[in-house]
Design a protein around this ligand. Structure first.
Ligand SMILES: Nc1nc2c(ncn2[C@@H]2O[C@H](COP(=O)(O)OP(=O)(O)OP(=O)(O)O)[C@@H](O)[C@H]2O)c(=O)[nH]1
Ligand SMILES: [Mg+2]
Length: 412
C-alpha cells in the first residue's frame, strides 16, 4: 500500500487491522503528488529501491507466484504516477508474471475540481497499454449510477453487496466513495474466488484471462455483479437463470454503455458463487438466453464460460451470487471522452509547465512530444476496439494476400 499522504495510510491501517504495516510505504515529506502524474512518477523513480524491497519481501513469501494486481486511480498524482512506475518495475523485474490492474477512472459528469485530470489519465493509460496484461476498468460515473439506482430501490438497505454495513448517516449522505469502493472490493474478491477455492476449471489467473482477452490489443475489461434487484428478501428466489440476466443488465456495469449504439462483446464470462449445488438446467437456459441477446462479432466464439465458485466457509450467507467479466466496446466512449478533454487542454498547451523539468522551450516541446505519443497509443486502442466489431477482424491481411498470390501462381 503506497500513498504520499501519511494520513491516508494511517486511516487505511486503522480501518484494516489485518494489513501488515510493514507493507505500507509512507512518504517522509507528506503532501501527496499534488494531482500531478509527473510528481508521482518522479517519486516512484527516486524511491524505486524501497518499493522494490517492499514487493520482493512479499514475493519471497510466495510458493508459486502467478500474478500481480495493481489497484489505483488514473486521475490524481500518486495512483497514476507512482502506479505507472510500479508497472514498469514489475514488467522489468518479473517479466514472466501476469500483471493485471484495477483502474479507477474519474467521473466525467461532474466538473472536475482538478483541471489536469485528463493529462494524468492519458499518461497512465499509455503505461497500462504497455505493461498491463488485463485492466479491470471502473468508471466512477458508472459506479455513481449504480449508487443512485440502488438508493432509489426499495429494500436496498439489505442488498447483500452494497449497503448492509452503511448506517443512516452514510445512507442519507451517500457521500464519499464508500458505496463505489464496496462494489469494487466485492468484484475483486469474487474474481479471485476460483483461485482461492480451486475447482477443476478456471483455477488459475491464466485460464481466466485467456477466456476474456482474445488478443493483447483488447484487454480493457468491464465487470458487473448481482444480485441487485429486490434486495435481500428476494435474494433466495433468484436462480441461476435470473442471475445471468441481471449480470447482463447494462445498468449494473462498471463502465457505462454507449446509449443508442450497439455494444459489441468480444468475450463474456459469468461466475456463479454458491454454498450449495447449482441447477444445471437453469444454467443452460441462462447461457442460451445470454447468447441470443448478446451482440458478439462474427469472429468470436459466442461461448459463455461459467465459473463455479465456492463460498468462503467464513461467510454465513450461502445464497447464490454472481459476477460477470466482459470484454466489450463500451470502453471506446470512455477513452474518447478522456481524449476530448485532453485535446481541449493540450491544443492550448495549458498547464504544460506543470509537467516540465524547467521552463525552456525544448522542455515544453519534449513534454508536448510525450503527450502526443500517449495520445496516439490510446487512439490505436480505440481503433482496435472499433475494428473488432467487424467479422473479418482476425483475418491477417498479409496472409490473405499471400494466399491470393499463391492461388494466382497455381492458376497460371
Ligand atoms: N472509486 C473511487 N474513486 C476514488 C477514490 N479516491 C479517489 N478517487 C478518484 O480518483 C481521483 C484521484 O484521486 P486522488 O485521491 O486525488 O489521487 P491520488 O492517487 O491519491 O493522487 P494525489 O492525491 O494527487 O497524490 C479522484 O478525482 C476520484 O475520481 C475512492 O476511494 N474510490
Ligand atoms: Mg491522494
Amino acid at each position: 500500500m503506497i500513498d504520499l499522504e501519511p494520513s491516508v495510510i494511517s486511516k487505511a491501517l486503522n480501518a484494516m487491522p489485518m494489513f501488515n504495516p510493514r507493507n505500507a510505504h509512507l512518504s517522509e515529506n507528506g503532501g501527496g503528488a499534488a494531482n500531478n502524474w509527473s510528481n508521482g512518477y518522479r517519486y516512484g523513480h527516486e524511491h524505486e529501491e524501497d518499493i522494490l524491497n517492499l514487493i520482493d519481501r512479499e514475493v519471497d513469501k510466495c510458493d508459486n507466484l502467478a500474478h500481480f494486481q495493481l489497484m489505483h486511480s488514473v486521475a490524481g498524482g500518486t495512483g497514476s504516477g507512482v502506479g505507472s512506475k510500479i508497472l514498469e518495475i514489475l514488467q522489468d523485474r518479473y517479466s514472466k508474471k501476469i500483471i493485471t490492474t484495477v483502474s479507477v477512472f474519474p467521473s466525467n459528469d461532474k466538473t472536475s475540481d482538478v483541471v489536469v485530470q485528463p493529462y494524468n489519465s492519458v499518461l497512465t493509460l499509455k503505461k497500462l497499454i504497455e505493461c498491463s496484461h488485463g485492466t479491470f476498468v471502473f468508471h466512477n460515473d458508472a459506479l455513481n449510477n449504480i449508487d443512485n439506482l440502488l438508493l432509489n430501490q426499495s429494500n436496498m438497505r439489505h442488498n447483500p453487496y452494497y449497503n448492509h454495513h452503511l448506517n443512516d448517516k452514510e445512507m442519507s449522505g451517500h457521500a464519499s466513495f464508500q458505496g463505489a469502493n464496496k462494489l469494487i472490493a466485492s468484484v475483486i474478491a469474487s474474481i479471485s474466488n476460483p483461485i482461492r477455492f480451486p475447482g477443476y476449471m478456471y483455477s488459475s489467473i491464466q485460464s481466466i484471462m485467456s477466456s476474456v482477452i482474445p488478443t493483447s490489443d483488447l484487454k480493457f475489461l468491464t465487470t458487473s455483479i448481482a444480485p441487485f434487484s429486490g434486495g435481500h428478501s428476494n435474494h433466495k428466489y433468484i436462480n441461476e437463470h435470473d442471475m445471468f440476466l441481471e449480470l447482463s443488465d447494462d445498468r449494473y456495469k462498471s463502465v457505462i454503455s454507449l446509449h443508442g449504439t450497439d455494444v459489441v462483446f468480444v468475450a463474456l464470462m459469468n461466475y456463479l458463487i454458491s454454498g450449495s449445488s447449482l441447477d444445471r438446467k437453469e444454467i443452460r437456459k441462462g447461457i442460451l438466453k445470454i447468447q441470443s441477446r448478446t451482440n458478439f462479432p462474427g469472429w468470436a466464439t459466442r461461448s459463455v464460460p461459467v465459473v463455479y465458485g465456492k463460498k468462503s466457509p467464513f461467510v454465513q450467507d450461502q445464497l447464490l451470487e454472481g459476477i460477470q467479466i466482459s470484454n466489450n466496446t463500451s470502453v471506446i466512449a470512455l477513452f474518447e471522452k478522456i481524449l476530448r478533454q485532453f485535446d481541449m487542454l493540450a491544443k492550448r498547451k495549458a498547464y504544460f509547465n506543470m509537467y516540465c523539468e524547467d521552463n525552456s522551450a525544448e522542455e515544453m516541446n519534449r513534454v508536448g512530444g510525450v503527450f502526443g505519443e500517449c495520445r496516439e497509443a490510446i487512439v490505436s486502442v480505440i481503433d482496435e476496439y472499433k475494428a473488432c466489431k467487424s467479422a473479418s477482424y482476425l483475418d491477417d491481411e498479409e496472409e490473405d494476400q499471400e494466399f491470393r498470390d499463391d492461388g494466382d501462381v497455381e492458376m497460371n
